[in-house]
Design a protein around this ligand. Sequence first.
Ligand code: AMP
Ligand code: FE
Ligand code: FE
Ligand code: ZN
Length: 285
Amino acid sequence: MSDTGPIDLHTHSSVSDGTETPAELVDAAVAAGLSAVALTDHDSTAGWDEAFAEASGTGLTVIPGMELSTNYGPASVHMLAYLFDPLDPTIIAETARIRDGRLHRAERIVERIQADYDLTWEEVLAQSVDGGTIGRPHIADALVVRGYVTDRSAAFESILHWRSGYYEKYYAPAPIDGVRMIVAAGGVPVLAHPATFGRYRVIDEDTIAELVDAGLFGLEIHHRDNTEDGKVRLYELAEKFGLRVTGSSDYHGEGKPNRLAENSTSPAVLADLIAAGTGSAPFYG
Ligand code: AMP
Ligand code: FE
Ligand code: FE
Ligand code: ZN
């Protein structure tokens, strides 16, 4: 809780696939000595108010955010969105559509798994909060309870892998539509972990140029899932297009090994981000 503490712009609570409630996440951010944290649950803003309330009086700045799912051909591309209006009708309608698609897709994945394993849909639902954004991590947690796998990572490497035969995609808008929607709601879009698969799997330059024209603000380069040669390519793109560079943990509580502030963002970039966002305000706790 100091002005000089690290800035972490990508975290998840139990509103999506993190294991801590928004309040517990804020407590963890204070304990870790962060100066600012962004709550970026998948396709949901439902945790914002609880995070703000918990941060009150702690000195922690909470940046309201979200990690929007988008589909880029066969690839799932995640778009961080900050400081947008959570009541924007397009944001509300589109995130509701994505969450609904995720729910039915998870049910179908579970139906396929049921051909080979004892697992009920109720056991999966028990791993998520009411109205939360459902994903494979909740199926993973139910598989852990059953004893089929030891942890989420093991589940993703086996039963939940996209090549497992049980997998299915879910509806999400194209990245360009995601950027336009975020910007129209006064928000600030940043491409999340864009180099997960290596240098040559980074979104192609023409598409980045389109996203920049639509208002893309930055690239999340400092993230444990970006490959080293991918980061080199991302720096070239950031330089060429005048994009800001962010870094963050992608903290999921106990759901992933990622620790708060293991990567962070500079105060100058956060100041630019706050200046660019007009749809909602940071909460200065
Ligand atoms: P889904 O959105 O349902 O396709 O599931 C993807 C989510 O699972 C991502 O948001 C990650 O947070 C999480 N995830 C992906 N790989 C792993 C892993 N190896 N261990 C734990 N969580 C993972
Ligand atoms: Fe996640
Ligand atoms: Fe992500
Ligand atoms: Zn994330």
